[in-house]
Each structure stands twice: as C-alpha cells, then as structure tokens.
Design a protein around this ligand. Structure first.
Ligand code: FAD
Length: 360
C-alpha cells in the first residue's frame, strides 16, 4: 500500500515514519527542507511536559511520546532530549496547575507540588512572591526540535520512506492509497472550505546567562503567559511571551523579532528571575502557532476525497507528541481505530486551554 505524506514538520515526519515502520510504501514530500525555520517544528527547542489540565488524552500521549523520543535518541546516538524537568508557576491554588496535579496523580505520572520557598532551589534565582505553589514534573524536559524533526525524517528514510522536495496541492494531488496532508500553517490556504485555523505570530528570546543556568528546568507561567527553559546547548535562557500575535504569511514573513515583545520578555525575566535583570538578549526567533478554536489537534478524514487525511492544528503544543501522534495517525489511516471526536473538522467551541498560557 502506498502512502504520501505532505509536509515534513513533526506531524508529517512522525506519520511517515510510523507508516514506514508498518511496511507501507511511503513518500514524504516537503516544499522547503525538513526542519525549515519557517515551520513550527523548526524551532531550536520545544518543551515536553505531561501536565495538560484535566485532559488525560494529551498527558498520556506525551508520556508515550517521551519514551519514543528517548528510544530514537538511543537508537541513533543523536542527542535530542534534555531531561531537565519542567516547573509550573502556580499563581492560583485552583488554576491550571492544580487541575494538572490531580490528573498527574490519577495517571501515576511523577510530579511534586512544591511550596514556593522550596521551589527556589530549582533556579539560580526565582521570585516567588506572587506564587501559591510550583508544580514540578521531574520527567519532563526540552527537545532539540529542529534536530529532532530532521532525525525523524532520517529514521523514516532508514525504514524505507523516500523524501522528495515538492509542493503538491489538492489540485495537483499525489496518487496514492492514502495521502496525509500534514501542512501546518499552510493547511487553511490548501483547504479553505474544510480547515479553520488561526495563524498567530510568536516571538521567542534567548538571554545570555551565566553557567549556573545550565541544566535548570523548563518553566511555564500559565497565568502570566510566559514559558521557557534554562541554558541549553549554548542557546541561552529561553523566555517566550505567549500573548496573541498578528496573523502572518509563513512563506514571506521577515522573521525579525519585535522590539515590543523583547521588552515584554526583559520585564518578565527581571521580575521572575532577578539575576537575569541585566542579561543581554543573545538570540531571537519568530514562529507561528496554528490554532484550532479549542486547542485540540486536527486529525480527520477529508469529507470528499476518500483516502485523504488532514493532520495539523498543533495549537502551540503539538511538538512533544510527535512520535506518539504518528502512531495514532497510522492507526486511524489503517482503520484500526476511529479518530477522536475532538479532532474532527468543523466548528470548535470552548477552549481546552492546552497551551502553556491561559488565553490568546
Ligand atoms: C514559538 C513556538 C513555541 C512552541 N512551543 C512548543 C512547546 O514548547 N512544546 C510543544 O510540544 N509544542 C510547541 N509548539 C508547537 C509545535 O511546534 C507545533 O504544534 C508543531 O511543530 C506543528 O507541527 P506540524 O508538523 O503540524 O507543522 P509544521 O512544523 O509547520 O510543518 C508543516 C510542514 O509542511 C510543509 N508544507 C506545507 N505545505 C506544503 C505543501 N503543499 N507541500 C509540501 N510541503 C508543505 C511546510 O514547509 C512545513 O515544513 C510551539 C510552536 C511555536 C511556533
């Protein structure tokens, strides 16, 4: 059976690899190059965490993916996962972190609920005045995203898949038993009738810190709408504002970070991590979220073309799930299971709040 997967971001690369592992004849088609910085998967780093409020489906998917990322790292000898943990700064006793804590308890996923004073030792400096608690996930960490995406593609090729550079569209569609359209931010333009997604700009900053920041945990400040991690691979300390951003064209955007967002990152860094108050910004990236209305992903058969699947809507939290999501897509494609109803096409109401920020 022949499958063509269009798009070599983490969703497409993982789907192609999962199908190749099941002995499908797989072609993976990418318009630029796997891990292009125009893609959401082409960022330097992405957090891997299990906490997803009260939505167990993603917590379990993340933990399955974690095992698979580590296995891929061990099989290939390419370092892609930093097991540094992730700390959630809880400004409320009954917010997203408390909901996540209950879910992690229920699912048996390791976590600690720390008093603010006890969390201070996690970072070289941490201001906890406004915190009720810190939810710490010791098994969480940070993925080297661009490299991990490329590694998935390389591994898919080792398993027999073929990578082609090309730009198929629904009007000029590949011939195959199955076509998986995993086209990230390009999906709404390719499928204007079927796919409703909001593209939203995000600016990410790296601060030059001293060596004490090496190996410190990732962090999420859900109510303040910031996230990041400590010094990793010489990139610096990541501090990323997670406020709603303007829409954009992923092909033509000049990816130069905004000074206003840099100022937001500086203010936050100084407040939350006082020793970073005078740290210079040593790097920046601009990327796009591809948001569904409720932050659940999109994994659905095309309503008119049998054999076509639409996979995307990563909604700012898709990366970590890559390999496990690939298995889920392959199971759906092979008819071994139905896709979840919350991944269907069509209008989405409500907001499951699955990103690392409360709104936006
Ligand atoms: C700033 C930022 C921070 C994030 N932080 C995290 C995080 O900490 N943790 C986490 O888990 N997730 C995070 N995410 C989300 C995560 O990165 C995305 O959900 C995920 O990468 C989406 O992958 P994708 O494969 O759907 O899309 P993409 O990575 O965008 O890949 C789509 C690919 O399809 C290709 N393509 C499109 N159309 C065509 C065509 N017609 N023909 C050929 N190729 C085509 C594109 O060139 C691209 O390479 C973050 C995202 C951003 C932007």
């Amino acid at each position: 059976m022949k499958a063509v997967v269009v798009g070599a971001g983490v969703f497409g690369a993982s789907s192609a690899r999962a199908l190749a592992l099941r002995d499908w004849d797989v072609t993976l088609v990418e318009q630029y190059t796997p891990g292009t910085v125009r893609s959401a998967s082409g960022g330097d780093t992405r957090l891997l965490r299990a906490a997803h409020g009260n939505v167990d489906w993603y917590a379990e998917l993340a933990m399955r993916a974690r095992e698979q990322w580590i296995a891929l790292q061990e099989e290939t000898g390419v370092h892609i996962f930093e097991p540094v943990g992730v700390a959630w700064f809880a400004q409320r006793a009954n917010g997203f972190e408390a909901m996540s804590r209950t879910a992690l308890e229920r699912l048996g996923i390791p976590h600690e609920w720390l008093k603010p004073d006890d969390a201070r030792s996690l970072f070289p400096s941490l201001s906890t005045d406004d915190l009720e608690a810190v939810l710490y996930e010791p098994d969480a960490g940070v993925l080297h995203a661009r490299r991990a995406t490329q590694l998935l593609v390389e591994d898919a090729e080792r398993r027999g898949a073929t990578l082609e550079i090309g730009h198929p569209t629904p009007r000029d569609a590949p011939e195959a038993d199955i076509v998986v359209w995993a086209c990230g931010a390009w999906l709404p333009a390719l499928f204007p009738e079927q796919v409703e997604l909001t593209l939203s700009r995000r600016d990410v900053f790296f601060f030059g810190a001293d060596g004490a920041w090496r190996g410190t945990p990732g962090f999420c400040d859900y109510d303040a709408m910031f996230y990041g991690h400590g010094e990793i691979a010489g990139l610096g300390v990541k501090v990323a504002p997670d406020f709603a951003g303007a829409s954009l064209d992923p092909d033509t955007l000049d990816r130069i970070p905004l000074e206003s967002r840099a100022a937001d990152a500086r203010d936050y860094a100084a407040k939350r991590f006082p020793s970073l108050a005078d740290a210079p910004i040593v790097g920046g990236r601009v990327c796009q979220y591809t948001l569904t209305g409720d932050t659940h992903f999109l994994v659905a058969p095309h309503p008119e073309n049998p054999g076509w699947w639409i996979v995307g809507g990563g909604s700012g939290h898709g990366f970590k799930h890559g390999p496990a999501l690939g298995d889920y897509v392959a199971d759906c494609v092979e008819g071994k299971r139905e896709p979840e109803s919350f991944h269907a096409l069509g209008e989405r109401t409500g907001d499951a709040g699955l990103r690392t920020a409360s709104v936006g």
